[in-house]
Write a protein that binds this ligand. Structure first.
Ligand SMILES: [Zn+2]
Length: 502
């Protein structure tokens, strides 16, 4: 019996999936029916229906809005996770979440230190230019993730163990509850790790306590959990496997020893370097262990299936990739901007999906909101790549450009990354251009003449910085942000905004 499809029957037919995007796709097809003969239309529709049925079988659609947890791991470079190709077993929990969800292979953030990067990830906007050295706050005019989730009916809570994202810097915007867990007042000058104060364990315990005693239960939750274990000082942990061995060098992994080495210009030996990397991996493994504990707690409370878990980091860490160690310095190469992004939601996302292509930090929040079925942020610079998540296609390269700087005023280091190029510049030096197609780690500066290409990329970077400065000034000057149409149009004309349409 021929399949008879009309726009009205589409409204009532028992479809395999009631997803709005699927309905829209089918409606679009039906409206074009006049241009096809009935037989061809029927065949085409049947083929597409079967295909879409297969897709939805892989990606079950949720019936209720998901809970959302952002597990922020401060200072986590992607290439130190097993699921991103590392040869050590540093991340069994994250690996498992990636296997059961979606991993973004080439996700880059816009700054190499905490405050601007987190402000950017949690707003979908490029970092404000005035986030200087712990003296500025996230502007009120920036709509932060918690504000948007709260406005859309979510219960919101945040827990952090780093002063860098303390309430005093505006990172509490939108949270009903924002807990600063035993942090010391000055993270930059801290000398030693003080017991469990900086451990992810504190964050997990606080999150579970909030779920058990403070979550109203009548609405979905948005939890922001900022952990900091891989950040210096580096240490090993008794309750997780260790990659480090006893070492008798002067640099122990404590902040004090690292600062002393920097102050005196200590010449690190290979053994010293190896030891710090081992300790860093110990921290990554420990953090992963605590994430596993959180996942178990969610399962015990029957919350895991409908929780959209996001694992992400604000920046990486250099281990002498360019001759230095740490982050926040003159380096915007991949070891500092390429961070993990994994999303897992058993009730709503496909499993074992790896999204290829360059993705910007500013796209994370718009994507998250899209997947949750929430309205888009009114003034985000980024755009959703949810379609790529659902259909498994790679991200289109044509609109993908990651701009980055240290977001300090004035910033003397900037970079522009495309799928094939990294343009890296400091004001006092000649810009460097790297060919990522043959040198993905940007180790060897391009030798061929490239003046024209460099000039073009430099102009785009200048235009971006200029326009972003204007936008930051608006945020700074106003209590409430009002999207500026001129700025938006100018950015769109230059290809910086709008459709990063998967
Ligand atoms: Zn950080």
């Amino acid at each position: 019996m021929p399949l008879e499809v009309t726009p009205s029957s589409l409204q009532s037919a028992p479809l395999p999936c009631t997803s709005p995007w699927l309905i829209a796709a089918l409606r679009k097809l039906v409206t074009r029916r006049e241009g096809l003969c009935r037989q061809r239309f029927t065949q085409a529709f049947a083929t597409i229906l079967v295909t879409l049925w297969g897709l939805t079988a892989c990606a079950p659609e949720p019936k209720t809005p998901p809970h959302v947890i952002i597990w922020m791991v401060d200072t986590l470079r992607a290439d130190h996770l097993h699921c991103y190709g590392y040869d050590r077993d540093t991340s069994p929990t994250i690996d498992s979440l990636a296997e059961g969800g979606v991993l973004f292979e080439n996700f880059h953030v816009h700054s190499n230190w905490t405050q601007p990067s987190v402000a950017s990830l949690l707003s979908g906007c490029y970092p404000p230019t005035f986030a200087q050295d712990f003296t500025s706050t996230v502007p009120d005019g920036l709509t932060m993730a918690a504000e948007w989730f709260r406005e859309n009916g979510y219960a919101t809570a945040g827990m952090t163990v780093t002063m860098a994202t303390a309430a005093r810097y505006g990172f509490d915007q939108g949270f009903r509850v924002y807990e600063q867990l035993d942090m010391r007042e000055d993270v930059r000058n801290r000398k030693h790790r003080e017991g469990p104060a900086f451990d992810a364990k504190r964050v997990v315990d606080a999150a579970v306590a909030w779920l058990d005693h403070r979550w109203p239960g009548d609405r979905p939750y948005f939890l922001y959990l900022h952990t900091v274990d891989p950040h210096a000082p580096y240490d090993s942990h008794e309750d997780t496997p260790s990659f480090s061995e006893p070492h008798d060098g002067p640099v122990t992994g404590s902040t004090e020893s690292l600062a002393e080495a920097r102050r005196t210009g200590y010449a690190y030996t290979e053994e010293d370097r190896r030891h710090l990397i081992d300790l860093y991996d110990d921290e990554v493994r420990y953090n992963d262990h605590e994430l596993g504990r959180l996942m178990e707690a969610l399962k015990e409370r029957a919350l895991a299936d409908n929780t959209l878990m996001v694992v992400v980091s604000d920046h990486g860490e250099e281990f002498w990739d360019r001759g230095d160690q740490g982050h926040g310095h003159d380096n915007l190469h991949g070891e500092l901007t390429h961070v993990p992004l994994v999303m897992n939601w058993p009730a709503g996302l496909p499993s074992d999906r790896r999204v290829t292509g360059l993705m910007r930090g500013i796209d994370m929040l718009p994507t998250l909101l899209d997947l949750c079925g929430l309205p888009p942020l009114p003034d985000a610079d980024g755009s959703s790549v949810a379609l790529a998540v659902r259909n498994g296609h790679g991200l289109k390269d044509t609109r993908s450009i990651v701009f980055a700087d240290r977001a300090k005023e004035p910033s003397d280091i900037r970079a522009l990354r495309t799928p094939t190029r990294l343009y890296h510049t400091q004001r006092t030096e000649e810009p460097q251009l790297f060919d990522l197609e043959i040198d993905s780690a940007s180790r060897v500066e391009r030798q061929q003449p490239h003046a024209t290409e460099s000039q073009a990329l430099g102009k785009r970077l200048d235009a971006w910085e200029q326009l972003r400065s204007r936008r930051s000034d608006e945020w700074r000057d106003r209590a409430t942000a009002i999207p500026d149409d001129d700025t938006r149009r100018a950015l769109e004309a230059l290809g910086y905004l709008g459709t990063n349409d998967n």
